[in-house]
Design a protein around this ligand. Structure first.
Ligand code: ZN
Ligand code: ZN
Length: 289
């Protein structure tokens, strides 16, 4: 089978789930050629953040980088991302960390990530962004500041960012557009991950990138309505944790759905190729399959 499919945002968890080797094997067998593998927070790998939280993040990024190497060993092209998730802000404050300590920690984690991007161990920063759930204002402020810091670093490094954001339609996109121009980062480096159709369409029209969750109904709506396919990719957001089975799809299930929609004529050949290859090559700077 010719490799055609890309998963533009997913996670692997060697401590609790299948891990990258098995995920890559299954995805390859289903026609996958590329994954953007995004790191998880330390506690997902059973790494304790009490004690020395920075060391816990450094360790978890090591675990993740090893996972990226394993996926690549299975013959996939891999872009490896690590970040400081907006939900981490909530998790750490809930665990008793002072808000200003969380901000400091986030900055230090980003310093470490920037160093690894410079060395070529990582190819980008993510997830960073804003909470998509109800939370306290100081927590949103901290997450936002970490996002701005990530943009400043990514601008200097020329590396891409996966942004996890609220879904407030066009407002979400306009807020990022304003932020990006203040920071001076190119829009082509910024990806709206887990986008609803209206967010994705508004983002890509302005020159940003977006990933659509690989749910059948959403894909059917987006492509059935001929919404823009420039700069759009598909993600499973696979979480690789049997304790959280309903959160996401498996990468190979997303391939099943894309093939079904392609078979029904909802997605034409050109769009399927653009979403899985052309846009991936442009955003991630990888060689096509
Ligand atoms: Zn996310
Ligand atoms: Zn994710």
């Amino acid at each position: 089978m010719k490799a055609l499919y890309a998963d533009a945002h997913l996670h692997s968890n060697p401590a609790r789930g299948l891990g990258a080797t098995e995920i890559a094997r299954r995805f390859r067998a289903r026609g996958g050629w590329f994954v953007a593998l995004v790191g998880l927070s330390p506690w997902h790998y059973n790494i304790d953040v009490r004690g020395d939280p920075l060391a816990a993040y450094v360790k978890s990024i090591e675990v993740h980088a090893a996972e990226c190497r394993r996926a690549a060993e299975q013959g996939l092209r891999v872009s490896c991302f690590a970040g400081f998730h907006p939900a981490d802000v909530d998790h750490l404050i809930d665990a008793g960390m002072q808000p200003h300590r969380v901000l400091e920690l986030g900055e230090k984690v980003l310093d470490h990530i920037a160093g690894l991007c410079r060395k070529g161990v990582l190819q980008g920063i993510g997830e960073v962004g804003r909470q998509h759930f109800k939370t306290n204002p100081e927590r949103v402020a901290i997450a936002q500041e970490i996002l701005v810091s990530a943009m400043e670093r990514a601008k200097d490094l020329g590396c891409p960012i996966h942004m996890h954001l609220e879904n407030a339609g066009e407002a979400t996109v306009v807020l990022i557009e304003r932020l990006a121009s203040r920071v001076g980062i190119e829009r082509r480096l910024l990806l709206f991950h887990h986008s609803k159709p209206n967010v994705a369409a508004a983002a890509v029209k302005r020159g940003f990138y977006a990933t659509l969750p690989g749910k059948e109904q959403l894909l059917r709506y987006y492509f059935g309505n001929r919404m823009p396919s420039e700069n759009v990719m598909v993600e499973s957001d696979y979480i690789d944790d049997p304790r959280r089975p309903c959160v996401s799809s498996c990468p190979w299930e997303v391939v099943d759905r894309l093939e079904k929609l392609h078979g029904e004529g909802v997605i034409d050949d050109e769009t399927l190729y653009r979403v899985n290859v052309d846009n991936v090559v442009k955003f991630y700077g990888v060689e096509p399959p």
